[in-house]
Design a protein around this ligand. Structure first.
Ligand code: FIX
Ligand code: ZN
Length: 406
């Protein structure tokens, strides 16, 4: 009789049992969501959930403007409920919800057994409005298999700072980060010591797992500009002294179409050598990096092969689509083995965790399975143990190692 230990270390020599096992492990493995815009209930209006927030997500408003001929100012003048009604009618009733963001809504409604073909939102509203938020958070984290999320915390945001100063976050599943876009992209001339003081106080107050910033497609390093000064004189010395990783999200072009508000950002191909220079100059700092442009993904993999203080993560924003997640994950498996973080959700609304991880796990399982099948055909079978180890590393281990968490 095969014991469970032997079963666990049994070689999987059949492609059907291999695929079944990979899907089982990938779908059951807890994941650390390394970048989100989620907040726990203490952060009040910053903590978004429910059908109206889900439907007015900027991915869906952008898509709605392509089909509903409504002037921007009239849309933004509408109440959130009226906006959600228009998004639902336009993308889910008058058209078939085939886009990834629309399919996400369907996945969420389906999980809660709500009618995915309803002509109006009464049933969905009644359901979400009846939820107790903290129980709902537990349920959503459980369904999505998320062990924790990293928030996006702006130390220069007064509303948020007030909440941190009045007690902040009591939920250990919500990890904080120190997001410095206002410093990097709206640089006001402040002295290095005063910025450093602000950073040290914010690190004390928020206890972040990393320092972060999004950077435009034309980001250069070295560049002899205020960003280089900020990195060299303040941010990287602070990261080193506090033992914090630096997370950089590169390639966004903010406000390409301001009329779309949050949905108005675009992307551009960036120069990956800027990251190589940073990793070279700061060998003792760990960098978590994601690029927004599809054209930068292969370059990022190759840069990570050159610098072991560089951890590629996620298929960010416009890359978070099944066909592209599949392509990027396969390329990373081929060039980096398991030394990368496959995905982050970038969730802005709580229930998005459900679909973003359901859809990501599907592509990651598929890519991983192809990799193991090739290995089998090349002469080496894997065990259940090895699959569980590899998935654990990609879903939590790499991040925990990078931010010094066990
Ligand atoms: O910079 C970021 O963190 C981006 O993820 C956001 O600005 C963006 O609006 C978003 O939500 C992408 O998914
Ligand atoms: Zn984000």
């Amino acid at each position: 009789m095969v014991t469970s230990t032997e079963k666990f270390s049994e070689l999987l020599t059949g492609t059907a049992e291999l695929r079944a096992e990979v899907e089982l492990v990938v779908n059951a493995a807890p994941v650390m969501d390394v970048h989100t815009h989620l907040f726990p209930p203490e952060f009040k209006e910053l903590s978004l959930f429910g059908i109206d927030e889900l439907l007015t997500y900027h991915y869906l408003t952008a898509e709605t403007f392509r089909s509903a001929r409504i002037p921007y100012d009239r849309f933004w003048a509408m109440s959130k409920m009226d906006q959600a009604d228009l998004v639902w009618k336009t993308l889910f009733v008058d058209n078939t919800p085939t886009s990834e963001a629309a399919q996400g809504i369907i996945s969420v409604l389906d999980v809660f057994r709500l009618d995915t073909r309803a002509r109006e939102l009464n049933e969905a509203r009644a359901f979400f409005n009846s939820q107790n938020l903290s129980d709902h958070i537990d349920q959503v984290f459980d369904i999505a298999g998320v062990s924790g999320v990293v928030m996006t915390n702006d130390p220069l945001d007064e509303a948020e700072s007030r909440i941190w100063k009045s007690g902040g976050n009591g939920d250990r599943r919500f990890k904080s980060s120190l997001r410095l876009d206002r410093l990097f992209n709206g640089f006001e001339s402040r002295s290095a010591p005063s910025i450093r003081r602000m950073l040290d106080q914010s690190i004390q107050l928020l206890n972040p797992v990393y320092i972060a910033a999004s950077l435009p497609a034309d980001f250069q390093y070295p560049s002899n500009d205020s960003r280089e000064w900020l990195l060299d004189e303040v941010v990287l010395p602070a990261a080193k002294e506090h033992g914090l990783a630096l997370t950089l999200m590169i390639g966004v072009r903010r406000g390409v179409n301001p009329g779309l508000r949050e949905a108005g950002d675009g992307l551009g191909r960036a120069d990956v050598s800027a990251i190589e220079s940073l990793c070279e100059r700061y060998r003792d700092v760990k960098f978590l990096v994601t690029f927004l442009s599809r054209e930068n993904q292969h370059e990022l993999c190759v840069a990570a092969r050159k610098f072991n203080n560089l951890m590629p993560f996620g298929c960010w924003w416009f890359l978070n689509n099944p066909s592209i997640v599949s392509e990027i994950t396969r390329e990373r498996l081929e060039l980096l083995g398991q030394s990368f973080i496959p995905q982050h959700s970038d969730a802005r609304v709580l229930e998005q965790l459900i679909y973003k991880w359901k859809h990501a796990r599907r592509q990651i399982a598929d890519a991983l399975c192809s990799s193991y099948e090739q290995l089998l055909h090349n002469g080496r079978a894997v065990t259940r143990e090895e699959i569980a180890r590899d998935v654990r590393r990609m879903f939590e281990g790499n991040f925990n190692e990078w931010v010094g968490q066990s």
